[in-house]
Design a protein around this ligand. Structure first.
Ligand SMILES: Nc1nc2c(ncn2[C@@H]2O[C@H](COP(=O)(O)OP(=O)(O)OP(=O)(O)O)[C@@H](O)[C@H]2O)c(=O)[nH]1
Ligand SMILES: [K+]
Ligand SMILES: [Mg+2]
Length: 457
């Protein structure tokens, strides 16, 4: 077989021993299930040779061309499909390697015949995230951008899509790179202080250094203290509906979910398990949780339901506390902290204006009265919990851990009276930032990061 020119000749990350030859991988980039077209993606050193074998030669780069696809074009043996072919020679491809795409007719027999032919030419099926992993190793994207690609594929809501885009297009990485640049400058000036202690550097040099470290540390603190809005957008918010039995919790859940997700009945204690339904409020993914009515009970199963309800009260981003107008809470009951308070069944009795300090949303799930206003209140809450300044938010626990480390190292540096000792802390901060974008020492986390991808990306 003719060997294609080595691909991915651009710089290789120093954290994984570069394998000079990139084994050729392939995967279906489009989903399973009935469809008109299936896209087969192929990347690696063997691509040129495979195109020669199956098409008779690589087509014009980066142009969609319709070609007959053969198991062996030279002998015109076994016509596999008529496919649209896109040839991306490395290094200016997604992976940085030679790669191509075949837009096939999506019949399962065609897909498996093409896969067989690729295996016969020495390619192997790709692992989850392997294309993007190669893009990372070849310096096409950094780790934060790669994670953004995974989020973009997973994005179900507008807020998730917008956030993932700020990550894949490098806006979040740019922030981290800007921090690294500033830290590098601080570190250089710090080294100068140590190297030329007797050369009477003006005291302003050290003062400016301290000022810069302090400013950077404050910015990182602000990034960390954004109320986890980026992580919330990614994972979605959770809103739980709690209150006494028969208040209409399940009825409200069903109305918000626009389907009969939970059983509604006049029997108090109908809901026992927590019932979760995903909805979208103002472009934000929200998991609504219907819970068991909270009351004293001798029924062990209902008691477990009550215990679970209390768990959700504690762990939700927002609690919707509901009671019925014809069974208002007694004077000992107090509103839950930060709750949205709802009085249901206002078709039976008037709602009180306030419950403790909190104003009450009066609704009737039966007649529909007040429900649109309540939805708007919930939408505003979802927006308040996920919006912030224009700066790209922190989106993952991995980023939070690294930023925490940088913050701690900068704090330690500021606490050091000796310039020599400060340098060590600054280097630690630099390393933590490098791990964040994937520039240093990340071998151990690559499997975790790319394992979350789907196959074909
Ligand atoms: N009149 C009136 N009845 C309602 C309204 N909303 C719900 N109901 C009725 O109240 C009863 C209880 O409703 P559910 O939604 O099951 O109440 P729940 O809070 O989930 O009850 P548990 O799961 O038992 O804690 C049902 O018979 C509903 O049809 C309303 O706005 N007005
Ligand atoms: K009920
Ligand atoms: Mg219920």
């Amino acid at each position: 077989m003719i060997k294609a020119t080595p691909a991915g000749s651009g710089e290789t990350r120093d954290n994984e021993t570069p394998d000079r030859r990139a084994p050729t991988i392939f995967a279906l980039a489009t989903g399973a299930g009935r469809a008109a077209i299936a896209v087969m993606r192929v990347s690696g050193d063997g691509c040129g040779a495979i195109l020669t074998r199956m098409l008779g030669g690589p087509p014009t780069p980066r142009r969609a061309v319709l070609r007959k696809l053969w198991r062996d074009a030279a002998t015109q043996n076994d016509h596999l499909d008529d496919a649209l072919v896109l040839w991306f020679p490395g290094p200016s491809s997604y992976t940085g390697e030679d790669s191509f795409e075949l837009h096939l007719h999506a019949g399962p027999a065609i897909i498996s015949a093409v896969a067989d032919a690729l295996v016969a030419e020495g390619a192997r099926p790709a692992e989850p995230g392997e294309f993007t992993r190669r893009a990372f190793l070849n310096g096409r994207v950094d780790l934060v951008e790669a994670e953004g690609v995974a989020d973009l594929i997973e994005a179900e809501t507008e807020a998730q899509r917008r956030q993932a885009l700020t990550q894949t297009d490098g806006r979040l990485s740019a922030l981290y790179h800007e921090w690294a640049d500033r830290l590098r400058s601080v570190l250089a000036r710090q080294e100068a202080l140590i190297d030329f202690p007797d050369e009477d550097l003006p005291p302003e040099v050290e003062d400016a250094l301290i000022t810069d470290i302090t400013a950077l540390r404050e910015e990182i603190a602000a990034h960390l203290a954004d109320g986890a809005r980026g992580e919330r957008i990614r994972r979605g918010l959770s809103f739980s509906i709690v209150g006494p039995p028969n208040a209409g919790k399940s009825s409200l859940l069903n109305w918000l979910a626009e389907r009969d997700a939970a059983i509604v009945s006049p029997i108090a204690g109908t809901t026992r398990d927590a019932i979760e339904v995903a909805i979208v409020l103002a472009g934000v993914k929200v998991t609504l949780v219907d819970t068991a009515g909270i009351r004293e009970t001798s029924d062990p199963i209902e008691a477990e339901g009550v215990r679970r309800a209390m768990f959700h009260v504690e762990h939700s981003d927002c609690v919707v506390q509901i009671f019925a107008a014809d069974a208002p809470p007694d004077t000992e009951t107090t509103p839950l902290p930060d709750a949205i308070v709802v009085c249901n069944k206002i078709d039976l009795a008037p709602a009180p204006a306030r419950f403790g300090e909190i104003s009450v949303s009066g609704v009737s799930v039966r007649t529909g009265q007040g429900l649109d206003d309540l939805r708007e209140t919930l939408e505003l809450k979802a927006l308040a919990l996920t919006s912030g300044s224009g700066a790209p938010p922190l989106t993952r626990a991995r980023h939070r851990a690294a930023a925490d480390e940088v913050y701690a190292a900068l704090s330690a540096a500021l606490a050091q009276p000796w310039a020599e000792m400060r340098g060590e802390e600054l280097r630690l901060a630099m390393r933590a930032l490098g791990r964040l974008t994937g520039e240093v020492g990340v071998e151990d986390i690559l499997d975790t990061v790319f394992g979350q991808f789907c196959i074909g990306k």
